[in-house]
Design a protein around this ligand. Structure first.
Ligand SMILES: [Zn+2]
Length: 336
């Protein structure tokens, strides 16, 4: 099982720097360069956090994963690690440069009131994010107004890192192609409405998630395998029934959404474990609800960890890998 966590002392030190800057923002009228400094401190924090959390997901740290991130302030946008196409489209000035991190500033590039998502343009070559994932986030202040629960820098950072991990996923061409093929016309709301509108579907998902949790919570490895065998059987029956009764072939889309959101939740969970100032009930991470694919995906990934599977390097090149690994786990003799 892989176990890595962030260095608490690193985080504490960084929080002091970032929070000092943040409180500076509220305590006095700021000059333009002070405002730039606050944003740069926040982006540096995110950049360091990404590299640290990269230790728990192979490939998420390092230069190739330093993908563009657009931060929306009140008057300006700041873009971390922009590509030439962005700089050509939007007149920008360099405000910070360090190893692995460059920050440019430009006028607001759109008027959308709130951003916390990744964009990736599949079709229009003229767009700066054509086949190029861009993370977009509003400032902490705007995020707090939109989502009142987000009041601190660390909670804001976990949201940003969740979305930034989606950019990492889309930076892998095999994943982007697979997503386009299987999810572009199969919205995740379809899974949600199946869960909400069909009792047999909802009961099956709840049972599947329960079996994953039982497999995770037992130290008896043969018992864990038995739970996983039941999980795969019930899951297969549900998918067959969806096809038979509703004429929906959900397998590939469900697997893709589970791995997409489950792995991003896995990153979030690692941050929650590691950030000392944040204490909360974590049951929402692994409990299935109408957006069940977040929890089931997260729990499947934790099962792979429990059984020592090496999946991270290849998962986004081959989405069915996770369930293939589960099939390997349960096929181990003896079948008791
Ligand atoms: Zn997500």
């Amino acid at each position: 099982m892989m176990k890595t966590s962030l260095s608490n002392s690193f985080l504490k030190t960084f929080f002091v720097i970032v929070l000092s800057s943040f409180f500076g923002l509220n305590s006095m009228a700021q000059s333009e360069s002070d405002k730039d400094s606050v944003v740069i401190a926040r982006l540096s924090y995110l950049h360091h956090l990404k590299d640290k959390i990269g230790n728990v997901w192979q490939g998420f740290n390092g230069k190739h994963a330093d993908l563009p991130l657009i931060y929306y302030g009140n008057e300006f946008c700041y873009v971390m690690n922009p590509q030439i196409k962005f700089l050509t489209n939007f007149e920008s000035s360099l405000v910070f440069k360090d190893e692995g991190l460059t920050v440019y500033k430009t006028k607001k590039i759109d008027d959308t009131p709130f951003h916390m998502h990744m964009t990736y343009e599949f079709d229009d070559e003229k767009q700066f994010d054509f086949h190029s994932p861009h993370m977009r986030c509003s400032s902490l202040e705007t995020t707090s107004k939109t989502i009142p629960d987000v009041t601190t820098m660390d909670v804001w950072a976990t949201m940003v890192l969740h979305e930034y991990f989606h950019a990492f996923q889309f930076s892998q061409p095999e994943y982007a192609d697979y997503y386009e093929k299987h999810c572009a016309f199969f919205d995740s709301n379809i899974l949600q409405s199946l869960y909400l509108n069909h009792k047999w579907y909802r009961n099956s998902i709840n049972k599947e998630n329960e079996l994953l949790l039982k497999a995770l919570n037992t130290s008896d490895i043969n018992l864990a395998r038995r739970h996983l065998r039941s999980f795969l059987k019930i899951r297969s029956n549900r998918r067959k029934k969806a096809y038979r009764k509703l004429h929906l072939d959900i397998t590939k889309a469900e697997q893709t959404y589970e791995m997409t959101e489950g792995s991003a939740r896995y990153i979030e969970a690692k941050l929650y474990e590691s950030i000392p100032v944040y204490q909360a009930d974590s049951s929402w991470l692994y409990t299935a609800g109408k957006k069940y694919h977040y929890a089931t995906g997260y729990n499947i990934i934790r099962v792979l960890d429990k059984f020592g599977c090496h999946y991270q390097k290849e998962l986004f090149n081959h989405i069915p890998l996770a369930e293939e690994e589960l099939n390997d786990i349960v096929s181990v003799f003896p079948y008791n």
